[in-house]
Design a protein around this ligand. Structure first.
Ligand code: FAD
Ligand code: NAP
Length: 337
């Protein structure tokens, strides 16, 4: 294995910042992963796993071997009267996989249409959208445990999935995911409770939606509301929606009658971080190359030549102003390097 040296990562992440990696290689198989990790050991260099870079912010040069995950393949491993079991390579494009399943009539991930990225990265933050999380369809994950140099098969419970969280986020850089096993439904129960999906289906006068109708509705909403990373650099939601106690929510509600919040248990609420940021006056604000997207305040955008450090500084200003106005500390969702 001979890595490419001193390569620009600009085309390999969706913020499009100008940053270089000291070493770079693509990983097409478990064998190529093992040789790349051997190389790191021999040369005493760290590694950095990269999918398609749609949830990464590079704030400095990467003095590591970048492992760009390219393991492909979608294999049907089992089928019953009601379900289909699929084993998918970590380097498969997530949206292509969703479209493949929708076309076949296999349900469970249609609400996750058009999320950028790879299949292998989907479990990292347990990707979610429109009331669905990927954990609901994951059966097992095959990964290389870099702490003890062994291949492991982790089941759903091992993965410790939470809201935009998992074992892989908690134990950062420990596991390299090579394969994800899914179970999809042949007679799926569609999830159309999010207002935006219902609205589109209503506008199109669709009363009994198919998997394809739901997927198309999600694609339409996302295309209209989110910046296309091919045109404007971004990494989707920059911050997580914060969870607060019922008491804190009730206190906030007195002063902010229209605050956007959702009960998640008897004692906790999820706040829409985008609403908080917008109500601090950030929506559409531009500072040099960096801005807060005009259609969704949760998205920080790089209008051209912004650096990762400028984006990080901009995010700090947002965190500070939300803390001052609402007493809530936002946590970044994006992975910072
Ligand atoms: P990368 O950005 O390359 O990596 C993300 C992290 O995972 C890094 O820490 C990396 O080291 C690690 N990693 C990647 N692959 C592996 C692997 N095989 N093994 C171990 N570690 C790995 N996210 C949502 O949850 N819901 C959304 O609706 C959503 N919408 C988005 C919309 C836009 C326009 C954009 C730009 C992003 C959006 N995201 C969303 C965020 C992003 O798409 C997801 O987090 C996605 O899963 C990232 O995939 P990736 O391959 O680009 O990962
Ligand atoms: P939105 O519809 O403007 O809603 C704002 C927030 O309110 C969302 O984050 C969502 O939380 C929450 N919400 C809305 N309706 C809800 C309901 N019926 N029940 C519970 N929570 C509800 O959001 P948006 O920005 O356009 O995004 C739409 C969906 O795509 C969301 O699910 C969002 O997570 C996802 N998305 C994620 C990213 C990312 O990078 N992570 C980027 C773009 C879009 P949840 O986020 O918990 O769903």
């Amino acid at each position: 294995m001979t890595p490419t040296q001193n390569i620009s990562l600009k085309p390999f992440h969706s913020f499009g910042c100008e940053v270089n990696a000291a070493y770079f290689t693509t990983i097409e198989s478990s064998q190529s992963l093992e040789s790349a990790l051997d190389w790191c050991k021999q040369h005493n260099k760290p590694f950095l796993v990269l999918g398609s870079g749609s949830n990464m912010l590079f704030t400095k040069q990467v003095d590591a071997l970048v492992l760009k995950m390219e393991i492909k393949g979608i294999q049907k491993t089992n089928e019953t009267a009601s379900a289909v079991y699929l084993s998918v390579g970590a380097g498969e494009n997530w949206h292509h996989f969703v479209s493949y399943c929708v076309q076949k009539g296999w349900g469970g991930i249609e609400n996750l249409s058009l999320i950028p990225g790879t299949v292998g990265a989907a479990p990292i933050q347990n990707i979610g959208a429109y009331g669905v999380e990927v954990k609901e369809t994951i059966e097992n994950i095959t990964a290389y445990d870099t702490h003890n140099g062994e291949w492991v098969k982790l089941n759903k419970l091992d993965c410790d999935f939470g809201y935009r969280n998992s074992l892989f986020k908690k134990e950062k850089n420990r596991y390299i995911i090579c394969k994800v096993d899914f179970c999809l439904q042949k007679q799926p129960k569609l999830r159309i409770d999010y207002g935006a999906i219902r609205e589109v289906l209503h506008q199109k006068e669709i009363q009994n939606p198919s998997l394809e109708d739901v997927s198309n509705a999600v694609i339409l909403i996302r295309t209209q509301k989110l910046p296309d990373p091919k045109k404007i650099g971004n990494a989707g939601s920059f911050f997580k929606n914060p969870t607060i106690s019922k008491e804190q929510f009730e206190a906030l509600k007195i002063k902010n009658d229209d605050i956007m919040a959702f009960p998640i248990s008897d004692i906790a609420y999820k706040l829409a971080a985008g609403w908080l940021i917008e109500h601090c006056g950030w929506k559409g604000v531009k500072k040099g190359n960096i801005g807060c997207y005009e259609k969704q305040a949760l998205v920080i955008v790089n209008y051209g030549n912004g650096t990762g450090q400028e984006i990080l500084d901009f995010s700090k200003e947002i965190i500070q102003s939300v803390l001052e106005k609402f007493g809530v500390e936002l946590e970044r969702e994006v992975n910072i390097y």
